[in-house]
Design a protein around this ligand. Structure first.
Ligand SMILES: *[C@@H]1O[C@H](CO)[C@@H](O)[C@H](O)[C@H]1NC(C)=O
Ligand SMILES: *[C@@H]1O[C@H](CO)[C@@H](O)[C@H](O)[C@H]1NC(C)=O
Ligand SMILES: *[C@@H]1O[C@H](CO)[C@@H](O)[C@H](O)[C@H]1NC(C)=O
Ligand SMILES: *[C@@H]1O[C@H](CO)[C@@H](O)[C@H](O)[C@H]1NC(C)=O
Ligand SMILES: *[C@@H]1O[C@H](CO)[C@@H](O)[C@H](O)[C@H]1NC(C)=O
Ligand SMILES: *[C@@H]1O[C@H](CO)[C@@H](O)[C@H](O)[C@H]1NC(C)=O
Ligand SMILES: *[C@@H]1O[C@H](CO)[C@@H](O)[C@H](O)[C@H]1NC(C)=O
Ligand SMILES: *[C@@H]1O[C@H](CO)[C@@H](O)[C@H](O)[C@H]1NC(C)=O
Length: 360
């Protein structure tokens, strides 16, 4: 009897300890093997390796309530703890989080925004997946949501512009087992469009923002609803999305191959379901139909087409299209309206736009 009860008792004890562990204080650093668990047991933070015990290790956040290990944030993604070295994740007396290797060198650190000495701060892992450094009066002086890597979680905002000064970017992992910065990044451009870049070259472009847009909805039979919004807070534009309460995990990720994906955890099949993925398999990539060509997505398989009066130069559209006949102005030529086209790239935002929008 006792032999059977003992393991169960030990397990309960373990769960109880875990559930109280959602924060770090200067007196309580995190070592390899330790974990922070958010209050509602939704997210965990700790050290991890992606390959084997001799591979690099990182400090990151993953879902605690999802069996497939899925990382949503990595602190030291570009500065791993190498080889068999160990590490410590510490909240300093000046209220910054610091990752130290076994030699005491700093691999990664936050720079909080307080100027006055504050005592009693704690680093807390919240049920939203946000790691915050919180003062006793409730002010957060740093948060991981302001320093994303490749993932946007519900309620997180990606700042697309700061009065036309570009700010936050997502950066894709280099490979499934390598979270270091790859060639792909996502962010807003000076025209307030969302772009994925392959280094400095645009790879995918999303239609321009109008500041009031709700752009996507998703609903499974079981009910979770996602709505994605571009919000304008005093001239600063943010991309954000919310999910209905009680929804299982949902995340937007810039995949290591450069795709933007929205995924939802299916608690029946125990797998991530992709319900939005761009660029699509064919001509959805930036400028993939060349000059005077466009991607026709009205059919099951999207294909490149030329504008009326144009023909393709090459077979594969990489050279775009050319006029069938030389243009002779004034001989019955006129402008035509092309419906349902994406706003062209490199347009300029007129200062009249807010006035026009307010008239709608
Ligand atoms: C943790 O969750 C419990 C119940 O879910 C709640 O009563 C408590 O206030 C929470 N603690 C914190 C620090 O949020
Ligand atoms: C473990 O990782 C190291 C470095 O990445 C690699 O050289 C080694 O072959 C791996 N060992 C196994 C058993 O996978
Ligand atoms: C998002 O924020 C709303 C309002 O603050 C809150 O009710 C909701 O629980 C949050 N959702 C998540 C997933 O954190
Ligand atoms: C909390 O404390 C910090 C540091 O003492 C201070 O800068 C901040 O204004 C306080 N916030 C509130 C809401 O009282
Ligand atoms: C520090 O940043 C937080 C948001 O993370 C903000 O609420 C707070 O006002 C900032 N404090 C200062 C002193 O800038
Ligand atoms: C734009 O950002 C850069 C770098 O972060 C900063 O140095 C510059 O002052 C900012 N400009 C404006 C107008 O905010
Ligand atoms: C990304 O750009 C590199 C050159 O910088 C190119 O070799 C590669 O094919 C591009 N990737 C894709 C998917 O287009
Ligand atoms: C999935 O279902 C299990 C068992 O009902 C539950 O404990 C867990 O929190 C659920 N996960 C999510 C992500 O909703």
């Amino acid at each position: 009897m006792g032999m059977i009860l003992l393991p169960v008792f030990a397990l309960l004890l373990l769960i109880c300890f875990c559930n109280s562990k959602d924060r770090l204080t200067p007196a309580k650093p995190l070592s390899i093997g330790d974990r922070l668990i958010s209050n509602g047991s939704i997210f965990a933070l700790g050290f991890f390796s992606l390959k084997n015990s001799t591979a690099n290790s990182y400090v990151g956040i993953w879902y605690h309530n999802i069996p497939e290990r899925t990382y949503v944030w990595v602190a030291n993604h570009d500065s791993p703890i190498t080889g068999s070295s160990s590490g410590k994740f510490v909240l300093t007396s000046s209220s910054d989080l610091v990752l130290l290797d076994s030699k005491g060198s700093t691999l990664w650190t936050t720079t909080n925004n307080i100027t006055t000495e504050a005592t009693g701060a704690a680093a807390m892992l919240l049920d939203s997946g946000n790691l915050v450094i919180r003062l006793p009066n409730g002010t957060d002086i740093w948060q991981s949501f302001h320093h994303p890597v490749d993932t946007i979680l519900p309620n997180m905002s990606l700042q697309l512009s700061n009065n036309n000064n570009l700010s936050m970017h997502l950066v894709a992992w280099r490979a499934p087992d390598d979270p270091s910065t790859s060639d792909y990044s996502l962010g807003g451009d000076s025209s307030l469009q969302i772009l994925v870049w392959n280094r400095t070259r645009p790879y995918w472009r999303r239609a321009a923002l109008d500041g009031v847009l709700v752009s996507a909805m998703y609903q499974r039979e079981s009910g979770p609803i996602m709505s994605q919004t571009i919000v304008n807070r005093g001239g600063e534009f943010y991309l954000t999305y919310t999910v209905s309460n009680g929804s299982p995990g949902m995340r937007m990720v810039l995949h290591y191959m450069g795709m933007v994906k929205f995924l939802a955890w299916n608690n029946n099949s125990l797998a991530w379901e992709v319900f939005f993925e761009r660029p699509g398999p064919s001509c959805d990539r930036y400028a993939s139909c060349g000059l005077f060509g466009y991607c026709d997505t009205t059919h099951a398989v999207a294909t490149c087409k030329c504008l009326n009066g144009y023909e393709s130069i090459g077979l594969d559209f990489s050279l775009g299209c050319q006029r069938k006949k030389q243009l002779h102005c004034g001989q019955g030529y006129s402008f035509v309206t092309l419906l349902n086209m994406r706003t062209p790239d490199k347009f300029m935002v007129s200062s009249l736009l807010p006035v026009l929008l307010s008239l709608l």
